[in-house]
Design a protein around this ligand. Structure first.
Ligand SMILES: NC(=O)C1=CN([C@@H]2O[C@H](COP(=O)(O)OP(=O)(O)OC[C@H]3O[C@@H](n4cnc5c(N)ncnc54)[C@H](OP(=O)(O)O)[C@@H]3O)[C@@H](O)[C@H]2O)[C@@H](O)CC1
Ligand SMILES: Nc1ncnc2c1ncn2[C@@H]1O[C@H](COP(=O)(O)OP(=O)(O)O)[C@@H](O)[C@H]1O
Ligand SMILES: [K+]
Length: 486
């Protein structure tokens, strides 16, 4: 499991460690040495030798400069660009003696930058506010496209807390962070700017709850509900799926195929005539109709405004499922039936547009209209707000999928290729996570583990190429086996 900690928690851990060390520059020295080792390796891999440092005013700039001193010692040509600010440590002449040439704001920095093989972005670190000073905006605009950009601690200008997306910021090929990952590295608003993430150990230890967790492959065997000899189909969990309608017939097929493929004990399907016939034909394992279950999936392809035959009876069961004290996953059309808090374990699985709609409906007359774009610009805050309004855990779908309980540590999964952005993929996710809820997992575990398996299945269904939702659903059983037996 990857764990990411807030800037404040990291600063406290650094201070605690620093108090035990004789030399107050020791931690920065460790950071700069580790950073230089990574840069050295990348220069060797690419055959480059010209390093340009973007040197900001704080300790982040100092890390980059000290790393450049190591690289200069080893023969690299190192130049640092300084803005109209003093450097955190030492004057320019001391850096010059160490073999790092400084180019001031009024110097010919464009020419220097053009020749860079590797750019060390040391403008801002965990002390940065989102956005960049104007001079650094000009540097970033002038970055040569073929230079390898290594961000020091985090891509400058990005929000260290990972809450808001910012355009005036660095987008790195690699980020070298110190001690532990921070939220900026794993949350959806900022993760795409991080590139490859490398963590350099500087000796700090963090205690308590992290801000963000990310499950990795090694977590799957410990969390996945593997049956034992004493199990039967009921003890493994029965899932009820209320999905589809006369106009959306495919969603229940995808959801039910994925759910039985994820290893359910039994599945009950509640639908209108047309999708029921399709589920009967394509998922012969399904038992048709209402009955006793351990958890519900309500909503894939569900049209809450339909007056077609069978819709009223189906919607009555959907509402009864939501009013029950059983765990429930609520997706797509089912989200329109959420009227407030549920006491039983609940996982809501909106995409950004559905989350905006849910917030506008539940937020009350006083709250401003939320748009899909606003959700995408600050996903965590909006998901958290919905979780608090409903008491549910909110799984917000996207390239990085967030799983957000009303309070405490959130999970963030990024396991899927962009090919997964295809209609029906969400129905498959609902089936997988629903199966996990029926087996007794918490909404947080069911959502994050389901998102991991779903993302890996997208790749395994057709490595490197397009994937349709039905192939994704069929790839679920093999993916689970692969992750359990690797
Ligand atoms: N702590 C440790 O032991 C270790 C820390 N380490 C390193 O230290 C880094 C943190 O260093 P840091 O605290 O000096 O903050 P940093 O990010 O360099 O910037 C602060 C400066 O930027 C300014 N500023 C901020 N936002 C701005 C904006 N948008 N636009 C313009 N200016 C802006 C801000 O100005 P002010 O807020 O005063 O206006 C201040 O001058 C950390 O990421 C890691 O690299 C490692 O060596 C390991 C040991
Ligand atoms: N760019 C992307 N990269 C990886 N996965 C993505 C990307 N965009 C969307 N996804 C995933 O694809 C699925 C789409 O779900 P959803 O929007 O509900 O589709 P549908 O309602 O058609 O089934 C989600 O699991 C989401 O996380
Ligand atoms: K940086």
């Amino acid at each position: 499991m990857l764990r990411a900690w807030s800037a404040d928690a990291v600063r406290s851990a650094e201070a605690a460690l620093m108090a035990t060390l004789d030399d107050e520059g020791e931690l920065m020295a460790r950071a700069a040495w580790g950073l230089a080792r990574v840069c050295r390796a990348r220069l060797e891999e690419t055959g480059g030798s010209r390093v340009v440092v973007l040197a900001g005013p704080g300790n982040n700039g100092a890390d980059a400069l000290y790393a450049a001193v190591h690289l200069a010692d080893e023969g690299a040509e190192c130049v640092a660009l300084q803005g109209p600010w003093p450097l955190a440590i030492g004057d320019s002449s001391s850096w010059q003696e160490a073999g790092v040439r400084i180019v001031a704001a009024d110097g010919d920095w464009r020419a220097v930058l053009t020749g860079a093989d590797l750019v060390l972005d040391g403008v801002l670190g965990i002390g940065g506010r989102p956005g960049l000073p104007d001079e650094a905006v000009a540097w970033v605009d002038a970055l040569p496209p073929d230079a390898y950009v290594v961000a020091v601690d985090l891509p400058s200008g990005q929000d260290p807390a990972g809450e808001v997306a910012h355009e005036d910021a660095v987008f790195a090929d690699e980020t070298v962070t110190f001690g532990v990952p921070k939220p900026v590295h794993v949350l959806p608003a900022t993760e795409s700017a991080v590139g490859r993430l490398t963590v350099v150990d500087i000796g700090i230890e963090l205690e308590g709850d992290p801000e963000v967790e990310r499950l990795d492959f090694a977590d799957v065997p410990g969390l996945w509900p593997v049956p034992t000899a004493s199990d039967d189909k009921y003890s493994r969990g029965v899932l009820g799926v209320v999905a589809g309608g006369e106009s959306y017939t495919g969603a229940p097929v995808l959801c039910c195929t994925a759910a039985v493929g994820a290893g359910l004990g039994m599945l009950r399907y509640v639908g209108t005539p047309a999708p029921t016939a399709l589920v009967r034909a394509s998922v012969p394992e399904a038992v048709i109709g209402d009955g006793r279950v351990q958890a519900w999936v309500v909503g894939p392809g569900l049209d809450t405004t339909s007056r077609a035959a069978g819709s009223k009876a189906q919607l009555d069961i959907a509402r009864a499922a939501l009013a029950s004290d059983l765990p429930a996953l609520v997706d797509a059309g089912g989200l329109d039936l959420v009227t407030g808090r549920r006491d039983a374990p609940t996982l809501l699985t909106p995409h950004a547009g559905e989350l905006a709609r849910l917030l506008n409906r539940l937020g009350g007359a006083d709250s401003a209209d939320v748009t899909r774009q606003q959700v995408q610009a600050s996903p965590l805050a909006h998901a958290r707000r919905a979780a608090r309004l409903t008491g549910a855990t909110v799984l917000l779908k996207g390239a990085t999928t967030l799983v957000v309980p009303p309070e405490g540590t959130v999970r963030s999964q990024n396991d899927a290729p962009p090919w997964l952005a295809t209609a029906g993929a969400g129905d498959v996710l609902a089936g997988v996570c629903g199966a996990l809820l029926a087996a007794g997992l918490s909404p947080l575990d069911a959502g994050s583990l389901g998102a991991l398996v779903h993302g890996v299945a997208a790749d395994r269904a057709n490595p490197g190429g397009p994937v349709r939702a039905l192939a994704l659903a069929h790839a679920i059983p093999g993916t689970v086996a692969h992750l359990l037996t690797r």
